[in-house]
Ligand binder design. Structure first.
Ligand SMILES: C[S@@+](CC[C@H](N)C(=O)[O-])C[C@H]1O[C@@H](n2cnc3c(N)ncnc32)[C@H](O)[C@@H]1O
Length: 299
Protein backbone atom coordinates (compact mmCIF):
# COMPACT_ATOMS: atom_id res chain seq x y z
CA UNK A 1 0.00 0.00 0.00
CA UNK A 2 1.38 3.44 -0.89
CA UNK A 3 2.20 5.73 2.05
CA UNK A 4 -0.26 8.42 0.89
CA UNK A 5 -3.09 5.95 0.65
CA UNK A 6 -2.14 4.44 4.04
CA UNK A 7 -2.29 7.80 5.81
CA UNK A 8 -5.55 8.74 4.04
CA UNK A 9 -7.03 5.40 5.13
CA UNK A 10 -5.98 6.04 8.71
CA UNK A 11 -8.05 9.24 8.70
CA UNK A 12 -11.24 7.41 7.63
CA UNK A 13 -13.75 5.89 10.08
CA UNK A 14 -12.66 2.24 10.55
CA UNK A 15 -14.14 -0.28 8.15
CA UNK A 16 -16.13 -3.14 9.74
CA UNK A 17 -13.97 -6.18 10.55
CA UNK A 18 -16.13 -8.52 8.44
CA UNK A 19 -15.75 -6.18 5.44
CA UNK A 20 -11.97 -6.00 5.90
CA UNK A 21 -11.92 -9.79 6.01
CA UNK A 22 -13.95 -9.90 2.77
CA UNK A 23 -11.44 -7.56 1.11
CA UNK A 24 -8.53 -9.64 2.35
CA UNK A 25 -10.08 -12.89 1.08
CA UNK A 26 -10.59 -11.30 -2.34
CA UNK A 27 -7.13 -9.80 -2.55
CA UNK A 28 -8.43 -6.23 -2.48
CA UNK A 29 -6.61 -3.31 -0.95
CA UNK A 30 -8.68 -1.40 1.66
CA UNK A 31 -6.71 1.73 0.73
CA UNK A 32 -9.02 2.24 -2.23
CA UNK A 33 -11.62 3.51 0.24
CA UNK A 34 -9.40 6.41 1.16
CA UNK A 35 -9.96 7.74 -2.35
CA UNK A 36 -13.74 7.53 -2.22
CA UNK A 37 -14.23 11.30 -2.39
CA UNK A 38 -12.13 11.56 -5.54
CA UNK A 39 -14.04 8.88 -7.46
CA UNK A 40 -16.21 10.55 -10.09
CA UNK A 41 -19.97 10.17 -10.22
CA UNK A 42 -21.47 8.86 -13.40
CA UNK A 43 -24.52 9.84 -15.33
CA UNK A 44 -26.17 8.35 -18.36
CA UNK A 45 -27.40 10.66 -21.05
CA UNK A 46 -30.59 9.62 -22.77
CA UNK A 47 -29.57 8.65 -26.33
CA UNK A 48 -30.22 11.46 -28.77
CA UNK A 49 -29.50 14.17 -26.21
CA UNK A 50 -25.87 14.71 -27.26
CA UNK A 51 -26.53 18.10 -28.89
CA UNK A 52 -27.72 19.30 -25.51
CA UNK A 53 -24.44 18.52 -23.72
CA UNK A 54 -23.21 22.17 -23.70
CA UNK A 55 -26.49 23.28 -22.13
CA UNK A 56 -26.35 20.51 -19.51
CA UNK A 57 -22.71 21.35 -18.76
CA UNK A 58 -23.58 24.96 -18.19
CA UNK A 59 -26.50 24.03 -15.94
CA UNK A 60 -24.46 21.57 -13.86
CA UNK A 61 -21.45 23.92 -13.96
CA UNK A 62 -19.08 21.09 -14.81
CA UNK A 63 -17.70 19.21 -17.77
CA UNK A 64 -19.34 15.96 -18.87
CA UNK A 65 -16.42 13.61 -19.46
CA UNK A 66 -17.36 10.88 -21.94
CA UNK A 67 -16.61 7.35 -20.71
CA UNK A 68 -14.98 5.86 -23.79
CA UNK A 69 -15.84 2.22 -23.05
CA UNK A 70 -19.45 2.77 -21.99
CA UNK A 71 -21.89 4.27 -24.50
CA UNK A 72 -23.86 7.30 -23.25
CA UNK A 73 -22.03 7.44 -19.90
CA UNK A 74 -20.30 10.57 -18.63
CA UNK A 75 -18.20 11.20 -15.52
CA UNK A 76 -18.85 14.29 -13.44
CA UNK A 77 -17.07 15.50 -10.28
CA UNK A 78 -18.32 13.72 -7.12
CA UNK A 79 -19.58 16.91 -5.49
CA UNK A 80 -22.02 17.72 -8.32
CA UNK A 81 -25.66 16.93 -7.48
CA UNK A 82 -27.97 16.35 -10.38
CA UNK A 83 -31.34 15.91 -8.64
CA UNK A 84 -32.19 19.63 -8.62
CA UNK A 85 -31.20 20.17 -12.26
CA UNK A 86 -33.65 20.69 -15.12
CA UNK A 87 -31.76 18.11 -17.17
CA UNK A 88 -32.53 15.47 -14.54
CA UNK A 89 -36.08 16.61 -13.93
CA UNK A 90 -36.81 16.53 -17.65
CA UNK A 91 -35.45 12.99 -17.91
CA UNK A 92 -32.40 13.85 -20.04
CA UNK A 93 -29.88 12.41 -17.56
CA UNK A 94 -29.93 10.02 -14.63
CA UNK A 95 -27.34 8.88 -12.13
CA UNK A 96 -26.02 5.35 -12.57
CA UNK A 97 -22.68 3.76 -11.64
CA UNK A 98 -20.32 2.94 -14.48
CA UNK A 99 -20.11 -0.50 -12.83
CA UNK A 100 -23.88 -0.96 -13.19
CA UNK A 101 -23.63 0.13 -16.81
CA UNK A 102 -20.88 -2.41 -17.45
CA UNK A 103 -23.03 -5.21 -16.01
CA UNK A 104 -25.92 -4.29 -18.29
CA UNK A 105 -23.61 -4.02 -21.30
CA UNK A 106 -22.31 -7.51 -20.52
CA UNK A 107 -25.85 -8.87 -20.92
CA UNK A 108 -25.47 -8.15 -24.64
CA UNK A 109 -29.11 -7.28 -25.13
CA UNK A 110 -30.26 -7.82 -28.72
CA UNK A 111 -33.31 -6.34 -30.44
CA UNK A 112 -36.35 -8.47 -29.72
CA UNK A 113 -34.97 -10.02 -26.52
CA UNK A 114 -37.31 -10.78 -23.64
CA UNK A 115 -35.37 -9.54 -20.62
CA UNK A 116 -36.03 -10.22 -16.95
CA UNK A 117 -34.51 -7.93 -14.31
CA UNK A 118 -34.67 -9.54 -10.89
CA UNK A 119 -34.21 -7.23 -7.88
CA UNK A 120 -34.97 -4.32 -10.19
CA UNK A 121 -35.62 -1.44 -7.77
CA UNK A 122 -34.92 1.43 -7.69
CA UNK A 123 -34.47 0.94 -11.41
CA UNK A 124 -31.45 2.65 -12.94
CA UNK A 125 -30.44 -0.58 -14.68
CA UNK A 126 -34.01 -1.26 -15.67
CA UNK A 127 -34.12 2.15 -17.40
CA UNK A 128 -30.90 1.39 -19.23
CA UNK A 129 -32.27 -1.99 -20.33
CA UNK A 130 -35.49 -0.39 -21.54
CA UNK A 131 -33.49 2.16 -23.48
CA UNK A 132 -31.36 -0.55 -25.10
CA UNK A 133 -34.40 -2.56 -26.14
CA UNK A 134 -36.07 0.50 -27.61
CA UNK A 135 -39.18 -0.47 -29.52
CA UNK A 136 -38.51 -4.22 -29.52
CA UNK A 137 -38.83 -7.23 -27.19
CA UNK A 138 -40.04 -6.92 -23.64
CA UNK A 139 -38.76 -6.10 -20.18
CA UNK A 140 -40.02 -7.55 -16.92
CA UNK A 141 -38.86 -6.03 -13.62
CA UNK A 142 -39.29 -7.91 -10.34
CA UNK A 143 -38.64 -6.75 -6.81
CA UNK A 144 -39.81 -8.00 -3.44
CA UNK A 145 -40.26 -4.47 -2.00
CA UNK A 146 -43.43 -2.85 -3.34
CA UNK A 147 -42.54 0.74 -2.35
CA UNK A 148 -39.15 0.41 -4.05
CA UNK A 149 -40.71 -1.04 -7.19
CA UNK A 150 -43.20 1.83 -7.22
CA UNK A 151 -40.18 4.16 -7.44
CA UNK A 152 -39.05 2.12 -10.45
CA UNK A 153 -42.42 2.68 -12.09
CA UNK A 154 -42.10 6.44 -11.51
CA UNK A 155 -38.65 6.41 -13.07
CA UNK A 156 -39.76 4.46 -16.16
CA UNK A 157 -42.64 6.84 -16.67
CA UNK A 158 -40.49 9.91 -16.08
CA UNK A 159 -38.04 8.83 -18.78
CA UNK A 160 -40.84 7.58 -21.06
CA UNK A 161 -39.20 4.17 -21.11
CA UNK A 162 -41.99 1.97 -19.75
CA UNK A 163 -43.98 1.15 -22.88
CA UNK A 164 -42.71 -2.41 -23.21
CA UNK A 165 -42.27 -3.08 -19.47
CA UNK A 166 -44.10 -5.03 -16.81
CA UNK A 167 -43.36 -4.67 -13.09
CA UNK A 168 -44.13 -7.42 -10.61
CA UNK A 169 -43.86 -7.30 -6.83
CA UNK A 170 -42.63 -10.83 -6.23
CA UNK A 171 -39.93 -12.95 -4.70
CA UNK A 172 -37.37 -13.41 -7.46
CA UNK A 173 -36.31 -16.81 -6.13
CA UNK A 174 -39.67 -18.29 -7.10
CA UNK A 175 -40.95 -15.93 -9.82
CA UNK A 176 -42.10 -18.03 -12.77
CA UNK A 177 -44.33 -15.90 -14.98
CA UNK A 178 -43.29 -16.17 -18.61
CA UNK A 179 -42.67 -13.29 -20.97
CA UNK A 180 -45.54 -12.55 -23.30
CA UNK A 181 -44.85 -14.53 -26.42
CA UNK A 182 -46.58 -15.09 -29.68
CA UNK A 183 -48.63 -18.04 -28.43
CA UNK A 184 -50.30 -15.81 -25.84
CA UNK A 185 -50.45 -12.70 -27.94
CA UNK A 186 -53.99 -12.20 -29.14
CA UNK A 187 -53.20 -8.81 -30.64
CA UNK A 188 -53.76 -5.46 -29.08
CA UNK A 189 -56.78 -4.68 -31.21
CA UNK A 190 -58.99 -7.54 -30.06
CA UNK A 191 -61.79 -5.40 -28.64
CA UNK A 192 -64.03 -8.38 -27.93
CA UNK A 193 -61.63 -9.40 -25.16
CA UNK A 194 -61.20 -5.94 -23.68
CA UNK A 195 -62.71 -4.41 -20.57
CA UNK A 196 -64.59 -7.40 -19.25
CA UNK A 197 -62.50 -7.51 -16.09
CA UNK A 198 -60.78 -10.77 -17.02
CA UNK A 199 -58.53 -9.29 -19.66
CA UNK A 200 -55.96 -6.54 -19.58
CA UNK A 201 -57.07 -3.17 -20.77
CA UNK A 202 -54.87 -0.07 -20.78
CA UNK A 203 -52.97 0.30 -17.51
CA UNK A 204 -54.27 2.81 -15.04
CA UNK A 205 -53.02 3.71 -11.58
CA UNK A 206 -56.61 3.54 -10.30
CA UNK A 207 -57.64 0.19 -8.85
CA UNK A 208 -60.79 -1.40 -10.26
CA UNK A 209 -63.99 -1.48 -8.20
CA UNK A 210 -63.64 -5.28 -8.00
CA UNK A 211 -60.08 -5.04 -6.59
CA UNK A 212 -61.11 -2.42 -4.04
CA UNK A 213 -64.04 -4.60 -2.89
CA UNK A 214 -61.74 -7.61 -2.60
CA UNK A 215 -59.25 -5.84 -0.32
CA UNK A 216 -62.10 -4.26 1.70
CA UNK A 217 -63.52 -7.73 2.33
CA UNK A 218 -60.09 -9.10 3.21
CA UNK A 219 -59.57 -6.26 5.70
CA UNK A 220 -62.96 -6.85 7.36
CA UNK A 221 -62.27 -10.58 7.56
CA UNK A 222 -58.92 -9.76 9.14
CA UNK A 223 -57.11 -11.83 6.56
CA UNK A 224 -53.64 -10.62 5.65
CA UNK A 225 -53.23 -8.54 2.47
CA UNK A 226 -51.45 -10.34 -0.33
CA UNK A 227 -47.74 -10.08 0.25
CA UNK A 228 -44.86 -10.14 -2.13
CA UNK A 229 -43.98 -13.62 -1.02
CA UNK A 230 -47.37 -15.00 -2.10
CA UNK A 231 -48.70 -14.33 -5.59
CA UNK A 232 -46.81 -11.93 -7.82
CA UNK A 233 -48.59 -8.59 -8.01
CA UNK A 234 -48.48 -6.71 -11.29
CA UNK A 235 -48.11 -3.02 -10.47
CA UNK A 236 -47.44 -1.66 -13.94
CA UNK A 237 -47.52 -2.62 -17.59
CA UNK A 238 -46.81 -0.42 -20.56
CA UNK A 239 -49.07 0.03 -23.55
CA UNK A 240 -46.79 -2.09 -25.77
CA UNK A 241 -46.00 -4.75 -23.16
CA UNK A 242 -48.19 -7.17 -25.14
CA UNK A 243 -50.64 -7.63 -22.29
CA UNK A 244 -53.52 -5.54 -23.54
CA UNK A 245 -56.30 -7.78 -24.75
CA UNK A 246 -54.86 -10.94 -23.15
CA UNK A 247 -56.63 -12.97 -20.49
CA UNK A 248 -55.24 -12.31 -17.01
CA UNK A 249 -55.34 -16.02 -16.12
CA UNK A 250 -53.07 -16.84 -19.11
CA UNK A 251 -50.54 -14.11 -18.40
CA UNK A 252 -50.32 -14.52 -14.63
CA UNK A 253 -50.18 -18.32 -14.62
CA UNK A 254 -46.96 -19.75 -13.11
CA UNK A 255 -45.02 -21.77 -15.67
CA UNK A 256 -43.46 -25.18 -15.33
CA UNK A 257 -39.85 -26.02 -16.17
CA UNK A 258 -40.60 -27.36 -19.66
CA UNK A 259 -42.48 -24.23 -20.69
CA UNK A 260 -39.76 -22.09 -19.21
CA UNK A 261 -37.12 -23.90 -21.25
CA UNK A 262 -39.00 -23.44 -24.50
CA UNK A 263 -40.40 -19.93 -24.03
CA UNK A 264 -38.55 -18.35 -21.11
CA UNK A 265 -36.58 -15.14 -21.05
CA UNK A 266 -33.65 -14.56 -23.40
CA UNK A 267 -31.62 -12.59 -20.84
CA UNK A 268 -31.85 -12.36 -17.07
CA UNK A 269 -30.19 -9.69 -15.02
CA UNK A 270 -29.68 -10.81 -11.51
CA UNK A 271 -29.20 -7.83 -9.22
CA UNK A 272 -29.01 -9.28 -5.76
CA UNK A 273 -30.27 -12.80 -5.53
CA UNK A 274 -28.25 -15.60 -4.01
CA UNK A 275 -30.07 -18.22 -6.04
CA UNK A 276 -30.88 -18.52 -9.73
CA UNK A 277 -34.32 -18.08 -11.03
CA UNK A 278 -35.08 -21.52 -12.46
CA UNK A 279 -36.20 -20.59 -15.93
CA UNK A 280 -33.92 -19.30 -18.60
CA UNK A 281 -34.38 -20.17 -22.25
CA UNK A 282 -30.80 -19.19 -23.04
CA UNK A 283 -28.58 -19.33 -20.06
CA UNK A 284 -27.20 -15.85 -20.07
CA UNK A 285 -26.89 -14.64 -16.55
CA UNK A 286 -25.06 -11.75 -15.04
CA UNK A 287 -24.32 -12.13 -11.39
CA UNK A 288 -23.53 -8.93 -9.68
CA UNK A 289 -22.23 -8.92 -6.17
CA UNK A 290 -22.70 -5.53 -4.73
CA UNK A 291 -20.86 -4.29 -1.68
CA UNK A 292 -20.69 -0.68 -0.56
CA UNK A 293 -18.07 0.34 -3.09
CA UNK A 294 -17.12 -2.79 -4.91
CA UNK A 295 -18.75 -4.37 -7.89
CA UNK A 296 -17.76 -7.78 -9.16
CA UNK A 297 -19.15 -9.35 -12.32
CA UNK A 298 -19.30 -12.99 -13.18
CA UNK A 299 -20.72 -13.24 -16.66
C1 LIG B 1 -29.13 -3.31 -4.81
S1 LIG B 1 -30.84 -3.19 -5.10
C2 LIG B 1 -30.91 -3.51 -6.82
C3 LIG B 1 -30.54 -2.31 -7.64
C4 LIG B 1 -31.18 -2.32 -9.01
N1 LIG B 1 -30.78 -3.48 -9.81
C5 LIG B 1 -30.89 -1.01 -9.77
O1 LIG B 1 -30.17 -0.99 -10.74
O2 LIG B 1 -31.41 0.04 -9.37
C6 LIG B 1 -31.39 -4.73 -4.44
C7 LIG B 1 -32.89 -4.96 -4.59
O3 LIG B 1 -33.10 -6.36 -4.42
C8 LIG B 1 -34.40 -6.54 -3.88
N2 LIG B 1 -34.49 -7.93 -3.41
C9 LIG B 1 -33.81 -8.53 -2.41
N3 LIG B 1 -34.17 -9.82 -2.30
C10 LIG B 1 -35.07 -10.07 -3.28
C11 LIG B 1 -35.81 -11.21 -3.68
N4 LIG B 1 -35.68 -12.38 -3.06
N5 LIG B 1 -36.64 -11.09 -4.72
C12 LIG B 1 -36.81 -9.90 -5.36
N6 LIG B 1 -36.14 -8.78 -5.01
C13 LIG B 1 -35.29 -8.85 -4.00
C14 LIG B 1 -34.47 -5.44 -2.82
O4 LIG B 1 -35.80 -5.14 -2.48
C15 LIG B 1 -33.75 -4.28 -3.52
O5 LIG B 1 -34.67 -3.41 -4.13
Amino acid sequence: MADDARSALASLPPLPAAFLEFLRENGLDPAMYSMADTIPRYIRLKPGMEPQIPEIESELKCRLDKVSWLPDFYAIPPEVHIAGSKAYQQGKIYGIDAASGAAILALDVKPGDHVLDLCAAPGAKLCMLADMLGGTGSLTGVDVAKHRLAACRTMLQKYSLGDRCRLFVADGTSFSILPVNSSLDSGEGSTDLKNNGNTFSEWTSKRSWKDRQKSKKAKIAGSPQPTSTSEPELIYYGKHSGLIGLRKCDVLRPSDDDEARSSGYDKVFHGNLKRYCPFLSSTVLTLVLLTTKLHIYIV
